[in-house]
Ligand binder design. Structure first.
Ligand SMILES: Nc1ncnc2c1ncn2[C@@H]1O[C@H](COP(=O)(O)OP(=O)(O)OP(=O)(O)O)[C@@H](O)[C@H]1O
Length: 379
């Protein structure tokens, strides 16, 4: 098994940007992430020096790759913006509720560019955990694919990746010779998950740059090919990690998933506000676990209330995309790795997801152009 100390010892033979100080002593390195036989490291740099730092990254990769037992080494750059570097101002610490130092991190110039071949990137987000965001993202991706679009799903939920389970994928993605990852394809959808690459327990302690580095890799070092839509399953919540992602991924729009309870709706409102703040259009709000139809007697009950998300969407001026009932079939099919859109394509639940997919697709075509992520400068 590869150890962190082995990796650090190998990297100690790589001089830092000054040509002398060993890389681990420069203070520029993230911690070392090891997943089985793969090693990931991020190095911080100023955007202007990104190109000059590339040889250092390659040298670091070669040093790690030479260790016995290492099958793949990825060393990427993350960058912090320098005050007064130009560009349009973005949200920073102190400008909004609940934003900490991570919000002041901006990615290198290359990170903000559109992803070649990918027409629209759509975030599926929720103000809080457990509302069914991942289930919705997965069924939405499959329903979009069912509409004839070429679709990818990127599971960026670092704190609880679920695409491997939802799509029933256990194999790791193949790493090609050019260091690009080949995403597994299920039911026509290309799937990449942070869960394929890292242990979620390790990811929880990652600092902001590490998270962004991993996300940029998943966006840019994966052979997505030509996609009409890449659905990104975001981590739940509206904290630093989410804000940084919303800032640094060239999103065409966001779908907010909420349950109808008051508390969830308050959080959903925060989600809408977060995307507004970084100028990402909210394509709409979807209400999950909307009503419960008793499988035995057919009686309908509104366990969490009903229509709250529709009402809230109207109140905050966001489109309402539709509702998905609370139903055992949705949970069971998800747990079994055969989402309901695939396992019961003619049923009412698949129809609910399809209707949301149609609303999303029409909003993408109608008005949300593929967008470059904003340039963030913190003053
Ligand atoms: N409409 C639904 N009917 C029944 N069960 C559902 C429905 N939507 C989601 N679930 C179930 O609720 C649980 C949480 O769903 P999911 O993992 O999609 O939520 P999440 O918001 O992504 O959670 P997290 O914040 O932990 O990432 C899962 O067991 C899922 O199968």
């Amino acid at each position: 098994m590869i150890t962190r100390d082995q990796v650090l010892a190998a990297l100690a033979r790589v001089p830092g940007p000054d040509g002398a100080t060993p890389l681990p002593e420069t203070g520029l390195m993230s911690d070392v992430a090891i997943n089985g036989d793969r090693v990931y490291v991020a190095i911080r740099t100023e955007p202007a020096r990104a190109a000059a730092m590339e040889p250092l990254c390659r040298a670091a990769e070669q040093a790690i790759a030479a260790l016995p037992g290492v099958a793949g080494a990825l060393v990427t750059l993350t960058a912090e913006s320098t005050p007064g570097a130009g560009g349009r101002p973005g949200p920073g610490p102190g400008r909004g509720a609940g934003q900490g130092p991570g919000a002041s991190r901006a990615a290198a110039g290359r990170n903000r560019a559109a992803v070649p071949g990918v027409r629209h990137i759509v975030a599926v987000a929720s103000g809080k955990g457990g509302v069914g965001k991942s289930t919705t993202a997965c069924n939405l991706a499959l329903a979009l694919s069912g509409l004839g679009l070429s679709v990818g799903l990127l599971d960026a939920d670092i704190y609880g990746p679920s695409a491997p389970r939802l799509f029933g994928i256990s194999e790791k993605p193949e790493m090609l010779e050019n260091r690009m990852l080949k995403p597994p394809v299920r039911w026509g959808v290309k799937v990449m998950s942070i869960g394929f690459l890292v242990d979620p327990e390790a990811a929880i302690i990652w600092r902001g740059p590490m998270v962004m580095s991993a996300l940029q890799q998943l966006l840019r070092e994966v052979v997505w090919g030509d996609l009409d839509v890449l659905v990104v399953d975001m981590p739940p919540g509206t904290g630093d990690a989410q804000l940084t992602m919303a800032q640094n991924v060239p999103l065409a729009g966001a779908v907010i998933v909420s349950t109808p309870q008051d508390l969830a709706l308050i959080d959903a409102r925060r989600g809408v506000a977060m995307f507004d703040k970084v100028d990402v259009p909210v394509l709409g709000v979807a209400e999950n676990m909307s009503t419960f139809i008793c499988p035995a007697c057919g009686t309908r009950s509104d366990i969490f209330g009903h229509g709250g998300a529709r009402h809230e969407a109207e109140r905050i001026g966001a489109p309402f995309l539709g509702e998905i009932p609370l139903h055992m079939t949705i949970r069971e099919t998800s747990d079994a790795g055969r989402p309901v859109v695939i396992s019961e394509p003619d049923g009412p639940h698949a129809a609910a997801y399809r209707s949301i997919a149609e609303a999303v697709a029409s909003r993408l075509v109608a008005g949300a152009p593929a967008r470059q992520a904003p340039r963030i400068v913190i003053d």
